[in-house]
Design a protein around this ligand. Structure first.
Ligand code: AMP
Length: 514
């Protein structure tokens, strides 16, 4: 079983279907793409002597060559290591070192930073920029057949976003990703041949993982010319391509909504926006649905169980007459069909609905472990379950509500406060654009709740207004005792708020009490 066969099959079954578009222009069909990938695999094996199981890194922005390199590596029996293109050179170096990559493909913006690493990373032999002539030369040789792989063989080393420490390489096998593809069809969005996926989110992460079901059906991969997320560019591409879907982080959905309110684009070609990867605040979701209609699906997953733990279907988004509707919009949906999800207490015993514990996952989707890190693997996979580190609870209908990562829960006066709940309330205030709530050490209470707030617009909002607002909506003990007004929140390369940096800031400075 080798995922490379998805593309071989697409080449045979959907040969003349458009495979990749650079912005508005189709650049390759499936027959040609499959042939190019077979030739690239031949070059990787014969010219560079790469052996099955060797690692090839992709430090690349989204670009038309992305799928070629990914599938070329698999076709040759290699393990792909997609690296976020926004990482700094030392972060890329860490991943190349940790994965033992022998080769690294880059887009030119990273070429200068990565080329010298051939000296700094013991295993690294070659760095090739996909814009260079050297890349084109890789397609001149003989195509080869797919190198057979076992389902348990690694396919993709997925480096976690490192919000809590050094990134770890979740080892995703061919079987894991096959399970993710089934989950996409059964729980996220059934596809017809010819539908399009717009890669506006990083292909090193969710968008690249979701490329796979589209290869399976001979779908079109649309790569924005910017290589990233630009709402106006997306609206332009929706005017050209039909039946288009994409994956977006919640912050992207928010920016998309704001841009659409300004420019009122025609979105009839937009089929589905799948969002996830971080909390979607109910206020943002409501507004997005008002603007774009019922086109949203939510997924909850993590690198260790890629894109696949729960999903909230379009149907669940649409059932506004259901009595629990408002509440449910704050959930992450129900367990995906082929995944076991359990909420467990500290002794790994399952908890009943309504009780908060750690979300644990079991099934073909779960990684076998972290690359070269047996201690972290044993901890994450204790008792045969993936311990996600997320706290949550089920309701009686099987909807899962995430509270927060266990380490983010604030314990104030012995009572748990879940930052997400306080953030939801503050975001509903018209003067708040973004917010991050966390705990700060306090001699009396253990921890007190504090909030970092990015005001909406230019007039700063008064802390007393926000305090009144909180008192109206949540228990008094949950309300922030201090507010810090900031221009923006620190985020990592995936757009996730770095609470760790905010904590460090709290420790470092005695910020002005508002
Ligand atoms: P990563 O492995 O970098 O993709 O991060 C995964 C983490 O992001 C999960 O463990 C959750 O804490 C968070 N996450 C992912 N999807 C969602 C979602 N739909 N809602 C809230 N948090 C999410």
């Amino acid at each position: 079983m080798n995922l490379a066969n998805l593309l071989v099959r697409a080449g045979r079954c959907f040969g003349k279907h458009s495979a990749v578009a650079a912005g508005p222009r189709v650049v390759v069909d499936y027959e040609t793409l499959a042939a190019r990938v077979a030739a690239l695999a031949g070059a990787l094996r014969s010219r560079y002597g790469l052996q099955p199981g060797d690692r090839v890194a992709l430090a690349m922005k989204n670009c038309p060559a992305y799928l070629e390199v990914l599938f070329g590596a698999w076709h040759a029996g290699l393990v792909a290591v997609p690296v976020n293109a926004k990482l700094s050179a030392p972060e890329v170096q860490y991943i190349l070192d940790n994965s033992g990559a022998r080769m690294c493909f880059v887009t030119s913006h990273l070429a200068e930073a990565v080329r010298p690493l051939v000296q700094g990373v013991a295993t690294l032999e070659q760095v090739i920029a996909v814009e260079d002539a050297a890349y084109g030369e890789l397609f001149g040789g003989e195509p080869v057949g797919v190198r057979e792989r076992a389902p348990a063989d690694p396919a993709w080393l997925f480096y976690t976003s490192g919000t809590t420490g050094k990134p770890k390489g979740a080892t995703l096998t061919h079987r894991n990703l096959a399970a993710m593809i089934s989950g996409y069809f059964s729980d996220v969005d059934p596809l017809q041949p010819g539908e399009g996926i717009l890669h506006a989110a990083p292909m090193s992460h969710g968008s690249g993982l979701y490329a796979l079901p589209y290869v399976a059906v001979g779908g079109l991969h649309i790569i924005p010319d910017s290589g990233g997320f630009d709402p106006d560019e997306i609206f332009d591409l929706l005017a050209v391509h039909e039946r288009v879907s994409f994956f977006a982080a919640p912050t992207m959905v928010r920016r998309l909504t704001a841009a659409a309110l300004r420019s009122k684009p025609d979105v009839h070609n937009l089929k589905t926006v799948t969002y996830g990867g971080g909390p979607m605040y109910v206020e943002d979701l409501r507004e997005a649905m008002e603007v774009f209609g019922n086109r949203f699906v939510q997924i909850y997953g993590q690198g260790e169980s890629p894109m696949t733990i729960t999903a909230m279907s379009k149907l669940a988004h649409a059932q506004s007459d259901s009595p629990d509707y408002q509440h449910r919009l704050a959930s992450v949906g129900r367990p995906q069909t082929l995944v076991e999800v359990s909420v467990m207490d500290a002794d790994n015993a399952p908890l009943p609905p309504g009780e908060v514990g750690e979300v644990c996952v079991r099934g073909d989707i779960v990684m076998p472990g972290y690359w070269n890190n047996p201690e972290a693997s044993a901890e994450a996979l204790a008792d045969g379950w993936l311990h996600t580190g997320d706290m949550g609870c089920f309701d009686e209908q099987g909807f899962l509500y995430l509270k927060d990562r266990s380490k983010d829960v604030i314990i104030s006066g012995g009572t748990n406060v879940y930052p997400r709940e306080v953030e939801e309330v503050l975001l509903a205030h018209h003067a708040v654009a973004e917010v991050a709530v966390l705990g700060d050490a306090d001699p009396e209470w253990g921890e007190v709740v504090v909030a970092f707030v990015v005001p909406a617009g230019d007039t700063p909002v008064a802390a007393t207004d926000l305090d009144d607002h909180c008192v109206q909506h949540i228990a008094r003990f949950k309300r922030p005792r201090r507010y810090y007004f900031v221009d923006d929140l620190p985020k990592n390369a995936y757009g996730k708020v770095l609470k760790r940096s905010l904590r460090e800031r709290l420790q470092a400075e005695s910020a002005v009490l508002v």
